[in-house]
Design a protein around this ligand. Structure first.
Ligand code: SF4
Ligand code: SF4
Length: 368
């Protein structure tokens, strides 16, 4: 494993273990403890010392799982990152106390305001949450304080000016760099010299399952490696990046990512150019670049599996409406026709996708 010094105080593994996509039991959000424990054990064995969870992951069960899974290891052999979710529970005192209870820990090493978007940044700034968490930092219940971000460059600058943050977490991968403006956010953080924690380095798995033409560009480089490893190596090459979080769902993924990070191979000019080309080809073929984070799902009054439906939407846009046959396999009340256009999902989507519009479009495609 490769490590990087953080603030001249501690050493963090470059690869961090995300716990948003742990294996589940069947189609429920219940974590499969046995399989998930095996992943955490492999992560510890491979030298990962940064473990990221959040109040809302796995329907609120991720923290409890992570605390239990790490309990057998010495507390000073790992760092836990956890997040305050303003939208799920605005009472920050209550949420933090609940998080310590779920983790069965007396401190959180890295604490973040979760998924800040332009739509609620002013509410959170006025809420007193930052002052409260700063007081917890002084008490030692939080060691480092930061935020994860899904907003505009203007709002990122505003937040940076509001507090001396220890770190910031952004979505960073080669697709978002070339196609959706992530470079501007990264540049702002680099200029401010704030360590960057990276989420979605493989864009929710999309960069491990590239369209055929984009995949071919990388295959022509002739290297014996996975598509995901190109994405990880690309993020590793950004100097401001501290930890690359990957929400690993099985031990094979973990082994592949850990091997990529340990090998630490720099990218050549030709490889960088191929990656840029692959990003552009992928962009041309993807209608909605949903990361599958599922933040929208608990808010849908109709219980629609929105990321699954958006995958079908992407397939249909690229391959034709007949591809929506996968949607017809769903129970009638779980199809896009059930969407009532309430927009509750949109308010929670970090990518600000106009989900009801896509549901409406799918309804029309299905009627043809
Ligand atoms: S707009 Fe449709 S998909 Fe979104 S939350 Fe409402 S019913 Fe669900
Ligand atoms: S639509 Fe948005 S919130 Fe829902 S899974 Fe996709 S990226 Fe996440």
């Amino acid at each position: 494993m490769q490590y990087k010094n953080f603030k001249n105080e501690i050493s963090l593994s470059r690869l961090g273990m995300g716990t948003m996509r742990l294996p589940t039991c069947g189609s429920s959000s219940d974590i499969d403890y046995e399989k998930a424990q095996a992943i955490i054990d492999s992560a510890m064995k491979s030298g990962i010392n940064y473990y990221d969870t959040a109040y809302i992951y796995h329907g609120g069960r991720s923290e409890e799982f992570l605390g239990a899974a790490l309990a057998k290891y010495p507390r000073d052999s790992f760092y836990v990152a956890d997040k305050f979710n303003f939208q799920a529970e605005p009472d920050y005192r209550k949420q933090f106390a609940e998080q310590l209870r779920r983790l069965k820990m007396d401190r959180i090493d890295f604490y973040l305001l979760h998924g800040i978007q332009d739509s609620f940044v002013d509410d959170i700034l006025a809420s007193g949450a930052i002052e409260y968490f700063d007081s917890l930092k002084k008490e030692g219940k939080i060691r480092y304080f930061g935020f994860s971000f899904h907003g505009s460059p203007q709002v990122l600058r505003k937040l940076i000016d509001a507090y001396p943050w220890d770190f910031v977490q952004i979505q960073l991968n080669y697709y978002d760099w070339y196609c959706t403006g992530a470079k501007e956010l990264y540049d702002i953080l680099e200029q401010a010299n704030i360590p960057v924690m990276v989420m979605e380095p493989v864009h929710g798995g999309m960069l491990a399952r590239l369209r055929a033409d984009a995949a071919e560009v990388l295959a022509q480089l002739g290297a014996e490696c996975s598509q995901a490893s190109w994405a990880i190596r690309w993020v590793l090459s950004r100097p401001q990046v501290q930890v690359i979080l990957s929400g690993m769902s099985d031990t094979d993924q973990l082994a592949d990512n850990a091997a990529t990070v340990s090998a630490s191979l720099p990218l050549s000019d030709a490889e960088n150019e191929a990656i840029r080309k692959a990003a552009m080809l992928q962009y041309a073929g993807v209608a909605v670049a949903c990361t599958g984070c599922r933040y929208c799902c608990p808010n849908c009054p109709k219980g629609l599996d929105i990321p699954l439906l958006l995958r079908a939407y992407n397939d249909a846009k690229i391959g034709g409406a007949w591809r929506l046959t996968s949607v017809l396999a769903l129970p009638e009340d779980k199809r896009p026709t059930s969407c009532i256009g309430c927009e509750a999902c949109m308010r929670h989507c970090p990518q600000s996708f106009e989900i009801p519009k896509y549901m409406q479009e799918m309804k029309q495609m299905m009627q043809k």
